[in-house]
Design a binder for this molecule. Structure first.
Ligand code: URA
Length: 233
């Protein structure tokens, strides 16, 4: 990779600030001052103001999100899920998809923007499986209505076909292939019911590890990371 890009990826410098730093002679490659940004970096030692710089391998984590945490990177009234991972990893780390404050379960975190884009891209249509607890007994026709697609309040297009598996009269597993705002809660509201608890169990082929207690995380395996591109493990 080019030296100016390497600087931008390993420091908080922007590409133009990196150019300036190079020009000022603040960057060395294998001990020599280098002022040109187009020098190719492979395995040389690069220092900025004397500090050795290194590219960190991208992070891919699964978190069992507890209630009371927000999925954006900065908390306001409530803490961000980023507070649940080591502070030195937080820069650039973001959730690939969001869960509501009161939703629990599988949240994927990464600092690889392209990977998170593939997880959330509507074109990929990755299935997401939610365990849903309802306030009222499930109506008889709901599975058929969800399979056909229903019109949510404020939307012009129906939802994509979703699959409903009945666990009991007030507990279901719902698989959806899109991620509209508050989608699951709105789908049940549209059929006259109310979600009282929502827990995400799976995204694509990545299942929430049952060993993870709420608030705990683990690294994704290489198979889980690549399943997003292959569509299966
Ligand atoms: N649908 C919802 O309504 N809430 C979530 O957190 C996720 C999906």
């Amino acid at each position: 990779m080019r030296l100016d890009r390497f600087l931008a990826e390993t420091t908080s410098l922007t590409r133009s600030m990196a150019k300036k730093a190079l020009h000022q002679g603040l960057v060395t490659v294998n001990g020599e001052v280098v002022k040109k940004g187009d020098v190719q970096i492979t395995d040389q030692e690069v220092r900025y103001q004397g500090q050795v710089l290194s590219l960190r391998a991208p992070l891919y984590l699964m978190l069992n999100k507890p209630e009371g945490y927000i999925s954006s990177t900065e908390g306001d009234l409530h803490p961000s899920v980023l507070n649940l991972v080591p502070p030195e990893w937080r820069e650039g780390l973001h959730p690939a998809g969001r869960l509501d404050l009161d939703t629990t379960g599988l949240l994927l975190l990464t600092d690889d923007g392209q990977w998170s884009h593939r997880v959330t891209s509507p074109r990929k249509e990755l299935g997401k499986i939610y365990r849903v607890w309802l306030a009222d007994d499930l109506g008889h026709s709901v599975a058929d209505q969800f399979a056909e697609g229903i019109l949510l309040k404020g939307e012009t297009k129906p939802t994509r076909p979703a699959t409903l598996e009945v666990v009991s009269s007030r507990e279901v597993l719902l698989q959806i292939h899109e991620g509209k705002y508050h989608q699951v809660k709105r789908m049940f509201a549209a059929v006259g019911n109310r979600v009282v608890k929502l827990h995400r169990e799976q995204v694509g082929e990545i299942r929430l590890d049952p060993q993870l207690e709420p608030g705990q995380w683990r690294h994704l395996t290489p198979k889980e990371i690549s399943s997003v591109d292959q569509g299966r493990l």
